[in-house]
Unconditional design. Structure first.
Length: 211
C-alpha cells in the first residue's frame, strides 16, 4: 500500500515501535514478544499487528519479532535509513535540550544548524553545533537544502521565524512555542506546546480526584 494511503495514526505509532525496538536492542535483546512490545509501546498486540500489516507480514507465532529485522523495516518505511538534517532556531533552555538530545540520531535526525539572535551565543559551539545569527538562516538552509526546521524561540517571534523558514525552502516545521503560526498549505506544520499538554493531562487528573 502506498505510504500516502496509510492512516496518520499508524505512522505515529510506527515511530513509537521503532523507539521501543531500539531500546530493546540496546539492552541486548534480539527477539521481542508481541506482548513485551505491546507493554512498552502501550498499544495492544492486535493494533500492532494491524499497523504492521499495511507493510507486510512480520513476526512468528510463539517466537515474536526479530528486532533487527523489524528495526530495518520500520526505518525504511519512515525514511530514517539516512540522516536527516534539521535547522534549529532558538538556543535557549529548550533549544539547548534539543541540541543535547542523543535520541535524535537513533531516529535518523541530526541538528546540523542552529541559530539565535543573542550575540553572546553566536559563534559558540553548543552540543557540537556552531551557533549562527538569525541573518544566516536563509543562506544556510538554501545552500544545504535543509527541509526540516524547529522553532524554539519566544512566542512573539514564532511567526517571523516561520516565515523565514518557509522562504528558505523548509518543508516541515516543528513549532515548539505556545504561539500558533500560519504557513502555506504545502508546508507540514507540527506544534508541540508543553503547557497545553500539561493542561490536557491536568484535566484528566482533576476528573479522577473528584470521583
Amino acid at each position: 500500500m502506498e505510504r500516502t494511503r496509510v492512516p496518520e495514526g499508524v505512522i505515529q505509532r510506527l515511530s513509537t515501535y521503532l523507539r521501543c525496538l531500539t531500546s530493546f536492542k540496546r539492552d541486548g535483546l534480539t527477539v521481542v514478544s508481541s506482548q513485551k512490545l505491546s507493554m512498552s509501546a502501550r498499544v495492544n498486540p492486535a493494533q500492532i499487528r494491524r499497523d504492521l500489516s499495511y507493510f507486510g507480514s512480520f513476526g512468528r507465532r510463539g517466537l515474536g519479532y526479530d528486532i533487527d529485522g523489524l528495526i530495518n523495516v520500520i526505518s525504511d518505511i519512515l525514511g530514517v535509513k539516512h540522516i536527516n538534517d534539521i535547522a534549529l532556531v532558538g538556543v535557549g533552555m529548550l533549544g539547548r535540550a534539543i541540541l543535547g538530545y542523543s535520541g535524535l540520531k537513533e531516529q535518523g535526525f541530526r541538528i546540523a544548524y542552529a541559530f539565535d539572535n543573542d550575540r553572546s551565543k553566536i559563534g559558540k559551539t553548543i552540543g557540537g553545533v556552531k551557533i549562527q545569527g538569525i541573518g544566516d538562516i536563509k543562506p544556510t538552509i538554501e545552500k544545504n537544502r535543509v527541509s526540516i526546521g524547529i522553532i524554539s524561540v519566544p512566542g512573539e517571534a514564532a511567526q517571523v521565524i516561520a516565515d523565514i523558514l518557509v522562504e528558505s525552502g523548509v518543508q516541515i516545521i516543528l513549532n515548539y512555542t505556545p504561539t500558533p503560526v500560519a504557513v502555506p498549505e504545502d508546508i507540514q506544520l507540527h506544534t508541540s506546546d508543553p503547557a497545553r499538554e500539561l493542561l490536557h493531562t491536568l484535566y484528566y487528573i482533576t476528573r479522577v480526584t473528584k470521583k
